[in-house]
Design a protein around this ligand. Structure first.
Ligand code: ASP
Length: 306
């Protein structure tokens, strides 16, 4: 059964991917086309052009793709000046023997593959970044910026007003191949060079067409420690239902007692056509898009509480 699951902010590209899946398109290619529209939409304030910069006011994008038929993965991290970055991750998967590129090397590869050098800092993001950072800095730090130690500004890194999010697409095509694609600008005001979970296979995403797929949003610092997406797919391989596999992953997250602890949203599908989205400790209501071929149109639904 063809199906597509994505987070609420996937709206600019969800219908594009559904349309391609309906026409018989392959899951990864269809999802990369849809997520590119999300990355270019300035109103989506967590991904691509509408996302938030790092502490130096520079955009650094993370993305990953995984093909559940072959377990091939492509990922890019902390990539400057490039949109759509999920398409670049797909290029890594198709054209290199590597799984992941970061920073300047990823940008170099982008140019080799014909990606333009994009202006990626939205003027409003620049304004909000500078206002927020100024609040955190002493007059001495302000005068010397950016030649200051950034780590002491970590209150800014965990800005509660800028909710972390990622766009995740999990899909199944006409050949029952399951794939997953992720893209994000990461945490607002993150330390330069920081990678979240969105480009990390096993943490932010994982797919195996025989069992299912999972992808996480929000606090990557937790899912990287637990290998959350891989836990879910491995649990299904070991015979857990989708619900029980997610329950196990939530149990692992709740066993973390140190470090930065906040909310995580788990999105998962199984090879039998089930899906579930679970909100673990996020205060806001979490919604998601879902479509399968039995439905006339995609629906925006509310996630279950863990
Ligand atoms: N999980 C992503 C990260 O840690 C961001 C997010 O989904 O909020 O970078």
């Amino acid at each position: 059964m063809k199906m597509l699951l994505a987070n609420a902010e996937a709206w600019p590209g969800f219908d594009t991917t559904v349309g391609l899946l309906k026409q018989g398109g392959a899951s990864i290619a269809a999802m990369v086309s849809g997520i590119a529209k999300v990355e270019r939409e300035a109103k989506v304030r967590s991904v691509g052009y509408g996302g938030w910069p790092n502490m130096l006011g520079e955009m650094e994008f993370d993305a990953g793709v995984m093909d559940g038929a072959t377990r091939d993965v492509g990922a890019v991290g902390a990539v400057p000046a490039t949109l759509p970055v999920s398409a670049l991750a797909y290029e890594v998967m198709q054209h290199l023997p590597h799984v992941m590129l970061t920073g300047a090397g990823a940008r170099r590869f982008a140019s080799e593959r014909g990606f333009a050098v994009d202006e990626v800092l939205h003027p409003d993001s620049k304004r909000v970044w500078w206002e927020r950072l100024q609040k955190e800095m002493s007059p001495e730090q302000l005068a010397a910026f950016p030649d200051i130690a950034l780590a002491p500004l970590s209150n800014a890194i965990t800005d509660p007003e800028r909710v972390r999010d990622t766009t995740v697409f999990l899909g199944r095509d006409a050949t029952d191949n399951i794939g997953v694609v992720t893209s994000t600008s990461g945490w607002a005001w993150k330390y330069p060079g920081r990678l979240g979970d969105s480009p990390i296979p096993g943490a932010g995403f994982y797919a195996d067409s025989r069992y299912g797929a999972a992808a996480c949003t929000h606090t990557g610092e937790m899912t990287m420690r637990c290998g959350t997406s891989r836990s879910i797919v491995l649990a299904m391989r070991l015979g857990y239902s989708l619900q029980d596999a997610i329950k196990l992953a939530v149990e692992e997250l709740s066993e973390l007692k140190s470090g930065f602890l906040a909310g995580v949203v788990i999105h998962a599908i199984d090879a039998k056509g089930n899906h579930q989205v679970v909100n673990y400790r996020c205060e806001e209501e979490i919604r998601y898009w879902y479509w399968d071929e039995r439905m006339a149109a995609p629906e925006l639904r509310v996630a279950a509480q863990a």
